[in-house]
Design a protein around this ligand. Structure first.
Ligand SMILES: Cc1cc2nc3c(=O)[nH]c(=O)nc-3n(C[C@H](O)[C@H](O)[C@H](O)COP(=O)(O)OP(=O)(O)OC[C@H]3O[C@@H](n4cnc5c(N)ncnc54)[C@H](O)[C@@H]3O)c2cc1C
Length: 454
């Protein structure tokens, strides 16, 4: 049996994405390249052009651009392709943890190139019983920030392009053919790109993973989350990053993340269960926005911008395929988000880097990448899943947050560092990752960003 009914060699699978047919053809492993079969019908209109590259990255979100920048730095030729044209929005809370910030800094991402970037100096928490308290972050560097994805992702695309990556925008990948020596990827403009290795950074629904038969039947993510921007925010939410542990959302939560100019990213996430429908979630969102503490935090003049958007969050990195033949999966395509918080930008940047490192090192790329992700994320994922179970009950959440609330300045500060992924979740249980500066490292961008945006 292949995992999740993955396409065995010699088989031809046909799958549908939301709007278009997606073909996958997997010739037998001993088939020569010339025997490979292309999409049989429903193929793209327009002339077929063929391109060749050492590395093709599908998806130009944080996972794809991180992979591209690191790969180019190591001298690997690569093409990035995305169906969107940048700047494009992505439904997200826009929160950057210390993990994400350290990865961005290592990438050479300059916060000054990201409009509306805002540093955050701590968080304000509300327990299910309504107790509120602050958890401060250390002042030596940036441990948390908020950056709208429309700005962050476009800046990363620009940076990847400046690093020498060819970025093809507005072209969707529609088919994959696996061969012994390469992968043929077909696109909706008629182009076929022949790549030695493919990194699938194509997000939660990962058309490539799906086409290869690696997406579990009926999979719709672990979390479902809503987000809407607010303007004219004059209450505490204009400056503070707020997390509300609402009794009816546990182990999920609602948030308000501040942005410059009196704006905020407001939303909530809930664990998906079978009884939860889109209608119920939309009703919950409307009702949540009317809660007194939410309205007070936003202030009397706050107005909603545009419509709310909703998107699933995948969080099962230890069960999802990380590679298949010459294809590596990164970021949401590898279901790599933190199962306790739903944060995935840091994990997307990290897995993108690990994939690029495996490609540039050579040898058994798939084995090296899988091993690296296992070492970096599996223990943390399991720890986060256990902690999530504690937060699932009102009593468990109240007790856990009560311990933090009464722990004094030192305890709260260290909890804040842990919450914002200054160290891996399961660092205590994984001695191989211990280092001298445990919970004492400065934050990211220590030299370059020291104050909040106005
Ligand atoms: C409401 C919500 C709030 C969140 N809040 C946070 C938060 O505050 N902090 C945090 O760290 N994480 C948060 N997350 C999670 C975070 O958004 C994701 O983990 C992150 O975007 C993953 O990045 P990625 O690069 O893997 O995928 P994406 O950012 O989804 O990028 C995938 C790219 O692939 C492209 N693509 C897809 N199909 C094709 C195709 N067929 N051909 C070509 N291109 C294709 C898409 O256009 C897209 O650009 C949140 C998620 C949600 C839903």
């Amino acid at each position: 049996m292949t995992p999740h009914g993955a396409q065995p060699p010699g088989s031809v699978g046909h799958l549908f994405t939301k709007s278009r047919r997606f073909d996958v053809v997997v010739p037998p492993t001993n088939t020569s390249d010339t025997d490979a079969v292309g999409p049989d019908d429903g193929g793209p209109a327009g002339p077929t052009t063929r391109r060749q590259t050492a590395l093709l990255i599908v998806g130009a979100g944080p996972a794809g651009t991180a992979a591209a920048i690191h790969a180019r730095r190591a001298g690997v030729d690569c093409i990035v392709i995305d169906k969107a044209v940048f700047p494009r929005d992505k439904c997200c809370g826009d929160g950057l943890t210390t993990l994400a910030l350290r990865e961005l800094e290592a990438l050479g991402c300059d916060p000054d190139t990201v409009p509306n970037w805002m540093n955050v100096e701590g968080a304000w928490l509300r327990t299910p019983a309504g107790h509120e308290f602050g958890i401060p972050l250390p002042p030596d560097g940036v441990y948390a920030a908020v950056a709208p994805r429309i700005d962050l992702d476009a800046a990363l695309v620009d940076q990847a392009r400046a690093a020498g990556t060819e970025i093809i925008e507005g072209v969707a990948v529609t088919g994959v053919e696996l061969h012994d020596t390469h992968v043929d990827v077909s696109c909706d403009n008629g182009m076929i790109i022949e790549a030695t290795t493919v990194i699938a950074a194509d997000g939660m629904w990962s058309p490539i993973r799906r086409a290869l038969g690696l997406t579990p039947e009926g999979y719709r993510g672990e979390w479902h989350a809503f987000r809407q921007y607010a303007r004219n925010v004059t209450g505490p939410a204009a400056q503070q990053l707020i997390v509300w542990f609402e009794p009816d959302l546990l182990p999920g939560y609602a948030w308000s993340f501040p942005l410059p100019g009196g704006r905020a990213n407001v939303g909530f996430g809930m664990l998906r269960n079978d009884g939860l429908t889109g209608k119920m979630l939309a009703a919950k969102w409307r009702e949540l926005c009317e809660r007194d503490h939410v309205r007070t935090a936003l202030g009397p003049d706050a107005q909603w911008e545009g419509r709310h958007t909703a998107w699933p969050i995948p969080a099962r990195v230890d069960e999802m395929a990380l590679s298949h033949g010459r294809v590596l999966f990164v970021g949401d395509a590898a279901a790599a988000t933190d199962v306790m918080t739903g944060e995935g930008i840091g994990q997307a940047l990290l897995t993108g880097r690990l994939a690029a490192e495996a490609v540039s090192t050579g040898g058994d790329i798939a084995a090296a990448y899988t091993r690296a992700v296992r070492n970096e994320l599996f223990a943390d994922h399991r720890m986060a899943r256990r902690l999530g179970r504690v937060l699932a009950s009102r009593r468990g959440a109240e007790t856990a947050l009560g311990v933090v609330r009464h722990s004094g300045d030192w305890g709260r500060r260290h909890f804040a560092r842990w919450m914002f992924e200054d160290e891996p979740r399961a660092i205590v249980l994984t001695p191989r990752r211990w280092h001298r500066g445990f919970l004492a490292r400065p934050g990211a961008y220590r030299e370059r960003v020291t104050t909040s945006a106005p």
